[in-house]
Design a protein around this ligand. Structure first.
Ligand code: UD1
Length: 417
């Protein structure tokens, strides 16, 4: 297992290119199952979760290739219905093959997902909605086994906003018979990217980006060339890293239109963020101050930026409250930040952060993807050496993080644990 060793305290300066979005690429790659002809994707990040997805597509019977940020997926001879536990346990988003398999094949067997340890993360909303479209499910030896004699359109009102649920249903409905209406749908930019991709393949979808999405099913979908959107969470993480180290970064390829809530919170904390012709520039305006943050579905503040903004608040003046409303167990980075000298108290879904003048390096353990990112940015700003252990989580979601950070002046290296 690898770890990262960081000598903190150096301001980051220079340019960083934001990679393609993991959370947009995963559902879009799974949507390849729906297509009759080959598809080519560009701006695909080179990440563990992407390789897992391509491997899963192979097991399901599709042909794949991936090189230099470009992936090609072609239909194979036959489509297999089963997503095995060995792969699904490493990536929860594997459940996104269920909707496409039911639509294309009439059956799908997907192991109950694992993935990030940030709470129970059930898939009941996906299943209830797919049942409304004519699917039946059994739980069989740890697998969700779904069957249908043909999906039909339905009106679906999600009890709770679910990104993956909205994506699974969008894909299923694209090839179902008749009209599907998704109400209380997720508005995340990654959902919009998936809808735009499906439209480019011949799907009839309107309302994406609003809480009500309408899908008129078509009988077939074809491949196309599609460029995946850039990663707003990776971009946000580098904004935090620049501010935390007192440096200045320019981000290329930043999906600024999708980052209003993050920009606005970071500006409230004292960051100067400028959308310039040559990229997005970020630096501290003066002293940083703690703020209150509540995570919400898009367009609210993303839960995937909560851990990183907490790390930033740890070295800002004053005090602030972070309220996590999306996942019930997403404060596992707190105990590690405290080991670095942070002052944080957790009560239920609230974390109360009191800024300290500086953090000190320590050995810390990464527990999930974004928690790992928060420990890296904390380590970059801390006095002394930080060792972030178990960084396989980071490799699931951040493309070449230590290489990008080295190129802007960080002293960070990968080593074997
Ligand atoms: C996606 C993102 C993840 C992000 C999250 C919220 C991907 C691959 N992952 O995860 O990075 O943190 O959106 O923005 O895109 N829920 C249920 N039942 C369900 C589905 C969800 O109770 O059937 C609950 C979840 O436990 C959670 C909330 O709904 O509390 C939101 O989850 P959801 O939006 O579905 O997250 P994911 O799609 O898993």
């Amino acid at each position: 297992m690898d770890k990262l060793i960081i000598e903190g305290g150096l301001p980051l300066r220079g340019r960083v290119r934001v990679s393609g979005s993991k959370n947009a690429a995963l559902p879009i790659l799974f949507a390849s199952i729906l297509l009759d002809t080959p598809v080519t994707y560009s701006n695909v990040p080179n990440l563990r979760d992407i390789h897992t997805t391509l491997k899963l597509l192979n097991i399901l019977g599709l042909e794949t290739s991936f090189e230099n940020g470009q992936a090609t997926v072609s239909p194979g001879q036959t489509l297999n219905p089963e997503a095995p536990y060995d792969l699904v346990k490493t990536m929860r988003a594997s459940v996104l093959c269920l909707g496409p398999l039911l639509a294309r094949l009439g059956e799908g067997r997907v192991a109950l997902p694992g993935g990030c340890a940030i709470g129970a993360r059930p898939v009941n909303l996906h299943l209830t909605a797919l049942e409304k479209m004519g699917a039946r499910f059994d739980l069989d030896s740890g697998y969700i086994a779904g069957k249908t004699s043909g999906l039909h359109g339905a009106k679906i009102v999600f009890d709770q906003v679910t990104v993956g649920g909205t994506e699974n249903l969008l894909m299923a409905a694209a090839l179902a018979e008749g009209e599907t209406i998704l109400e209380n749908a997720a508005r995340e930019p990654e959902v919009v990217d998936l809808a735009n991709f499906l439209i480019a393949c011949g799907a009839k979808i309107t309302g994406h980006g609003t809480p009500v999405i309408k899908i008129e099913g078509v009988t077939s979908l074809h491949g196309c060339d599609y460029s995946i959107m850039s990663d707003r969470i990776e971009a946000g993480t580098y904004l935090v890293a620049a501010a935390m180290t007192g440096g200045e970064l320019i981000l290329d390829n930043c999906p600024c239109d999708a980052m209003d809530a993050v920009f606005s919170k970071l500006r409230e904390m004292g960051l100067v963020i400028d959308e310039r012709a040559d990229g997005l520039s970020v630096r501290r305006g003066g002293e940083l101050t703690c703020v209150d943050v509540t995570t919400m579905p898009y367009p609210g503040f993303p839960t995937d930026m909560q851990a990183q903004v907490m790390a930033l608040m740890c070295v800002s003046s004053g005090a602030g409250t972070i309220r996590e409303t999306i996942f019930e167990n997403r404060f596992m980075h707190v105990s590690e930040l405290v080991r670095m000298g942070a002052k944080i108290q957790v009560s239920s879904r609230n974390a109360f952060v009191h800024g300290v003048p500086r953090l000190t390096g320590a050995p810390v353990m990464a527990s999930d993807l974004r928690a790992s990112a928060s420990l890296v940015v904390a380590g970059l700003a801390a006095h002394g050496t930080t060792e972030v252990q178990r960084i396989y989580h980071l490799d699931r979601g951040y493309e070449a993080m230590e290489v990008k950070l080295q190129s802007v002046g960080a002293r960070i290296k990968r080593a074997k644990e």
